[in-house]
Each structure stands twice: as structure tokens, then as C-alpha cells.
Design a protein around this ligand. Sequence first.
Ligand code: MG
Ligand code: MG
Length: 248
Amino acid sequence: MLRKSNELLSKAHAEVAKYIRAGVSTLRLDKIAEEYIKDNDAKPAFLGYRGFPNTLCVSVNDVVVHGIPSKYELRDGDIVSIDCGVILSNYYGDCAYTYEVGEVSEKIRRLLSITKESLELGIKAANTNNRIGDIGNVIQSFVESKGYSVVREMTGHGIGRNLHESPEIPNYGKRGSGKKIFEGMVLAIEPMINIGKKEVKLEKDGWTVRTVDGEVSAHYEHSVAIVDGVAQKLSTFKYIEEILNTKR
Ligand code: MG
Ligand code: MG
């Protein structure tokens, strides 16, 4: 059921990906996701979650996560993180992807590629020989070696019949620390990586998290299940990347 939920979510992401370009409002993207999810007999997991007003978290440039969709129209050179969750037959999916809008500077493209790579490394570290801290340790070591910083305030999490379950999965940490990873655990791993300093601040709307230095931030997320000792991805970027390849 978790795989089905995340499969549908991955396709909802691809539906949104079709419309990402300069001039589209972030609220329009939100409506596309909401409609797609409801048309497929699922529910948007973020809509109404602790009062969150929308289906997507849309986080542009220096917004790290939890951006609220608005009339803002994407501009050439922006980056935009789309985070979405669904509930299908009471099981949750959670997945995020950061997109380039039009032509993005080489410096920012590198941040995106390193952040995505750090997610893959984190997923590889999610195995039954390791502890939760090992996931954060590989993510942190890798991105800091590239000169970037890891956001501390928000973390990955367990997921299943609830959006956020234990354990918390920090994107930093000491090798061999934290809970043991065991067979059957289902985890949402989601590095939030800043090109500048690690500090973030919460806006007055109670949701939007921005970098303090105003520099850009990237975010990718997969839901994974520990099966036969290793992490299997439940969500996939395959459908998103098919769309991106046809747009090129
Ligand atoms: Mg998410
Ligand atoms: Mg999450």
C-alpha cells in the first residue's frame, strides 16, 4: 500500500513538472497537483495538516521548505522545490524535487546535483548494518566536503499510516549514533542543503522557512522501505525526469 501511495505521488509530481516554467504561478502548480491526486482517488496529505492551506509546499530560491503556494509567478533563473504528500487507502507517501526554471547559473545547478546525490548516499546508508545517525553522517560529510551546509531545524522522518512518525532523521550526525535501522522500517529521507550558511528563520506566516543569509537552498526527498536489509525506494523521480527530458 505504501508503494502504491508513493507511485501515485511520483506521477502527481510528474504532472506538476509538465507546467514548471517562467510565468506559471505557484498556486496554479498547487491546483494541478490537488486535482490529479483527487482524480486518482487519493487525498493530498499536506492540505489541512496542522492547518497548512495547500496541497504542495512550493519553496522558491532562499525558501528552504514549507513555502505556501501564491500568485507569485516563477521567473527564469529561479529554483523551486516542490514537496508533496498523498494519502491512498490510509497510507502516506512523501516526496520532494527541486527544479530549475529556465536558465539557472552553473553555481546553483551544482548545488542541486550535489543535494540530489546526497539523498542517494543517505538512502544507501539506510540499511540494517547501520543506525539512523549514519544516514545523516554520510549526507553531512558529503555536502560539507563540497562547501555547502546542512539545515538542522527540519529532518526526515518515519512514515506509514501517519505523515510524520518516529524516528526523526537528521541530515547531520555522528557515525554509529541513533536508533538501529531494522527490517520493515519505512523512512522519508530529505536533505535540505544551503549554498551559504546553515541558519534558517521562520516567517510570520508560521510556515515559510528561509535562509538567514538569503542564499538559495535545495531539497530532495524519497520515501524508502527497508527490505532484505537495504532501502528500496517507494517513490521515484523516473516520471519527473521523463518529463524534464522531453522539455529539453
Ligand atoms: Mg516532503
Ligand atoms: Mg517529509
